[in-house]
Structures are given as structure tokens and as C-alpha cells.
Design a protein around this ligand. Structure first.
Ligand code: PGA
Length: 255
């Protein structure tokens, strides 16, 4: 595992974007696993700049980690208070680069049969040849994607109940801004499983801010446990980058 501590959020985002860009340059038809949340915003902004400078996404395929159940828009349709991760991806990344619409894969928050959709999504990842690089944040409760505490470390893409902490965290970061009440937030999501994520060829986990310092240290240096599903990074066999800013890396021990 390569742990890289950068001075601040800007530098963390620069580094993470360059790791992704290197994959795209060396394999123009690569498969990227993408994440949402406040952490990757800067990384996507840096990738958009790289695109303006010539980085080509026209053959890149993407698979997103998760989506709230009951929320999802059709890309490129008008929307106002849409808090889906599909909208987030469109706003923060897709509309700024030349990724083809047919190469974008997002968990379907309005799937008629969410469980059948999860099986299909796993098959699509396999059909694409697997994920070359998976971008990940880490939740306040130590989750990867929506693999909440207690999720099996061999779990696959599935429907999951959100933890009280995730509902609180995401209310702060997304919903509050749109004026939606907490009671109206979805309580369930579709998420890639930890087993699915661990099949990626490379992982890139990013975290910033002092709020993440304790959980980052637990995930990287504490026991591997389903109570902190990001601790599964310690089991990962491929190349893993963890890029954090100084605040999020403050509780890491040199060992
Ligand atoms: P955040 O979320 O980037 O908004 O902190 C991270 C996550 O839940 O994975």
C-alpha cells in the first residue's frame, strides 16, 4: 500500500487526478470505478482541466460505486433539487469531459427490481473486463461506498440499509443545501460490495480533513474488520494508493 500525505486538499486532488490520468494515458480504453461525496470533487475538477489539456476519455468506461434507492435522473434532463449520485457525477465530472454516455454505468436508483439490477451490474463489470482503477473515499463510519459497518468483506453489489451516521453525514453534505428535510432522505441504497471492490486491479483511496483522521488510521493500521469496511484495503492484493491531506493523515503512525 502506498500512503501519500499531501499538504492540503488541493495537493491531494492534484495527486489523485494524476494517478487516474496515468491509467487513462497507458490504457485509453480503461475501466474506471468512480466515487461520489465531497472528497472527490477536487479530483474531478483537476481531471476536467487535464481533459482541456488533451486527456482523452472517449474510450474510457466508468462504473459508479453506489446510488440512493429511489433517486436517479436520466442524464442530461433538467433537474432542480435532485440529490442523486447520477446528478452529482454529471455535474462534477461527466459534463466536463468527453466520456460517452453509453460508457457510463451508474447503479439504478429507480430500478424496478433492484436485486436483479445488482446481479446485472456485476455482470456488466465482468463483461467490461473488470475495473482497472477504483476511486474510493471513506465514510465517517469507515465505509467504502455504502458498505456500512457489519457488511461482509466478501459482499457483492446489493441493496443496503444506510447507517444513522451516513444519513447524518450525507444530510450535512448534500441534502441540507437543497432545503430537503432529513426525514425525506432515502434510507436505502444500491452499493458495490467490498468483494466487488477488492477485485479491481488498482485502488485509489482519498480522504481529507481532521474529521477523517481517526477513521483513516483505523482503516489503514487497525484490525481488519467488517465494522470499518475500508479496512479491507489491508487485504488488497493489487496496487493501492492512499492519498490524504495532512489533517486526515494526522493520526497515522509511522510503522
Ligand atoms: P465524503 O464521503 O467524501 O462526502 O466525506 C465519503 C464517503 O462516504 O465515502
Amino acid at each position: 500500500m502506498n500512503v501519500i500525505i499531501k499538504k492540503d486538499y488541493e495537493k491531494m486532488s492534484d495527486y489523485a487526478a494524476e494517478v487516474i490520468a496515468q491509467v487513462v494515458r497507458s490504457k485509453p480504453d480503461c475501466v474506471l470505478g468512480l466515487a461520489t461525496g465531497s472528497t472527490p470533487r477536487g479530483t474531478y475538477a483537476k481531471l476536467a482541466i487535464k481533459h482541456k489539456q488533451g486527456l482523452d476519455f472517449s474510450r474510457v468506461k466508468t462504473f459508479n460505486l453506489d446510488e440512493y434507492l429511489g433517486l436517479e435522473i436520466e442524464l442530461h434532463k433538467p433537474y432542480a433539487f435532485d440529490q442523486s449520485y447520477a446528478r452529482f457525477m454529471h455535474e462534477e465530472f461527466f459534463k466536463h469531459v468527453n466520456i460517452r454516455k453509453e460508457n457510463i454505468h451508474l447503479p439504478k436508483g429507480r430500478a424496478e427490481d433492484p436485486r436483479a439490477f445488482c446481479t446485472w451490474y456485476e455482470q456488466e463489470i465482468k463483461k467490461a473486463g473488470g475495473i482497472d482503477l477504483q476511486l474510493l473515499g471513506i465514510g465517517g463510519d469507515g465505509h467504502w461506498a455504502f458498505n456500512e459497518p457489519g457488511s461482509s468483506l466478501s459482499s457483492r453489489t446489493r441493496v443496503i440499509d444506510l447507517s444513522a451516521q451516513t444519513i447524518d453525514d450525507n444530510y450535512e453534505s448534500f441534502y441540507k443545501r437543497s432545503g430537503i428535510e432529513k426525514e425525506k432522505m432515502p434510507r436505502q441504497a444500491i452499493t458495490m460490495g467490498i468483494g466487488t471492490i477488492l477485485e479491481s486491479k488498482q485502488l485509489l483511496m482519498i480522504a481529507n480533513g481532521e474529521k477523517k483522521a481517526a477513521v483513516v488510521a483505523k482503516a489503514l493500521q487497525g484490525p481488519v474488520t467488517s465494522e470499518i469496511t475500508a479496512s479491507a484495503i489491508q487485504l488488497f492484493k493489487g496496487r493501492a494508493f492512499v492519498v490524504v491531506d495532512e489533517s486526515a493523515g494526522a493520526q497515522l503512525k509511522s510503522c
